[in-house]
Design a protein around this ligand. Structure first.
Ligand code: URP
Ligand code: ZN
Ligand code: ZN
Ligand code: ZN
Length: 473
């Protein structure tokens, strides 16, 4: 029988918690019953195929990581996780949905990019997946093609104000794309850093012999992020396009988003675990070339400027709405080491898809966010933000049975002795200790992780056709 009952746990949602039993039929949650409820009589219990005991544990909706780059060609190499290895690692960490970025570059067609990503992912994923579309060459053809994305289940696209010559769009291109965004109802996602000014800074620093990973953070100063964030917000204001600023790290950029939100504008911010825990000095500035492990953009910020405290505070107040990883892993050997002697040649990206739920739970343990807020920023808001809510992001009748049983008395040592499952030769999180543990993970009713065992398969994950954002004013 394909029914399962998760009993005895505390079901946590974005708005509250309570002891309840979750009844699953096939791939779907069919009932959430107060513990000891009459409805849950012996007859029903006896007819259930599998009972999963969650006594003393939290029962939460599966994590949704809305920002990943599996096998992304970037920085002269390719992100080291395939859809197979990356989604398996996601499952290990309690993430049951990812939204990855399909890519169109200058001279390429948008739909060819999207189809290429379908080919990479189809039949390879352990968990469900959707796509955002990177539009890296805004022109007449790509603007026209953007109008068909919604029909493909792609309700968001990303532009870059950084990386001139790669994905960069100038202000005129951004304005034109945002017109289409406003018209179609698609979410405009923005990599907000002033790319041309950063490139000039890089040139200056290299000419001064400042070549180590630390200078990646110096070149990509917070002013570059604040300025670009402001510009993106103004262009969105003018065009009426909803705007989601990705991987926000600078407190000044958060303030720009908060001011726009206070004004009633549909502007949202995502941050990532690295900006909540790691710093320019302690990680990017590590001895010799070690800092390359933490080269990502936007960069890690200075601990002396208190960006991290501000970011946790903003997560509490909803000035920042959610946390994704920007998972873009590269090995040190043969990949990060491309930038020995020139930090600008280090491929940009950190791998965290496996650790987001744990790292954010540690925020609960440390008194930074509530248990409910943990669920909200890791699952419920990502589902609403990107048009998946109802099926995803909630434990309720009719929702996909994507469920994580999390043990607050468990413990997780991250990265030590290569205990992670991402396809990387190191971990950016080596040595992090979490006072909690992902015990059991279900995706559409199927148990993927149980008792430190992987029971999933690479063809289980299905493509999610996403609706327009359910988070807009
Ligand atoms: O360093 C980063 N963020 N790498 C991934 C590409 C991007 O800009 O998101
Ligand atoms: Zn980006
Ligand atoms: Zn990214
Ligand atoms: Zn455990």
């Amino acid at each position: 029988m394909a029914t399962k009952l998760i009993t005895g746990g505390t079901v946590v949602s974005a708005t509250g918690r309570g002891k309840a039993d979750v009844l699953i039929d096939g791939e779907t949650i069919v009932a959430v019953l107060e513990s000891g409820s009459e409805l849950l009589g012996t007859d029903l219990k006896n007819s259930v195929g599998q009972v999963i005991d969650a006594t003393g544990k939290y029962v939460i909706p599966g994590g949704i990581d809305a920002h990943t780059h599996m096998q992304m060609p970037f920085g002269g190499t390719e992100a080291s996780d395939t859809f197979e290895t990356g989604t398996r690692a996601a499952a290990w960490g309690g993430t049951t949905t990812i939204v990855d970025f399909a890519i169109q570059r200058q001279g390429e067609r948008v739909m060819d990019g999207l189809n290429a990503w379908h080919e990479k992912a189809s039949g390879e994923c352990a968990v469900d997946y959707g796509f955002h579309q990177i539009v890296g060459g805004v022109n007449k053809d790509s603007l026209q093609a953007m109008r068909s994305l919604m029909d493909e289940g792609v309700s968001s696209y990303k532009l870059f104000m950084a990386y001139p010559g790669v994905f960069y769009s100038d202000d005129a291109q951004i304005l034109k794309a945002m017109r289409v965004g406003a018209d179609t109802g698609m979410m405009t996602m923005m990599h907000a850093e002033n790319g041309p000014a950063i490139d000039a800074m890089v040139e200056e620093l290299l000419a001064q012999g400042k070549t180590t990973p630390y200078y990646h953070g110096v070149a990509r100063a917070w002013q570059m992020e604040e300025e670009a964030t402001h510009r993106a917000i103004m262009l969105a204001n003018l065009t009426g396009a909803p705007l989601y600023v990705v991987h926000v790290s600078a407190k000044q950029a958060v303030e720009q988003v908060a001011a726009a939100r206070d004004n009633g504008q549909n502007v949202f911010a995502e941050t990532c675990p690295q900006y909540l825990y790691l710093s320019l000095e302690d990680q990017l500035g590590a001895e010799s070339f070690e800092g390359a492990k933490w080269v990502c953009s936007t960069p890690l910020r200075s601990k002396h400027e208190h960006h991290q405290d501000h970011m946790w505070q903003s997560l509490r107040t909803n000035d920042v709405q959610m946390v994704a990883t920007d998972h873009c892993p590269f090995c040190m050997k043969g990949q990060k080491e491309l930038g020995v002697g020139d930090f600008s040649k280090i491929p940009n990206g950190i791998g965290s898809v496996e650790h987001r739920m744990d790292l954010m739970y540690q925020g609960v343990v440390n008194g930074k966010i509530s248990l409910e807020r943990w669920v909200e920023i890791t699952s419920t808001t990502p589902a609403r933000m990107f048009g998946m809510y109802g099926k995803k992001g909630v434990i309720a009748p009719g929702a996909d049975a994507d469920v994580v049983i999390y043990d607050p008395r468990g413990h997780t040592s991250i990265g030590l002795d290569k205990t992670h499952h991402m396809n990387m030769d190191h971990s950016a999180w080596e040595g992090f200790e979490i006072d909690g543990h992902v015990d059991t993970v279900l995706s559409r009713g199927r148990v993927l992780i149980n008792e430190n065992q992987y029971l999933g398969s690479k063809n289980h994950g299905q493509y999610i056709r996403r609706a327009p954002s359910q988070y807009l004013i």
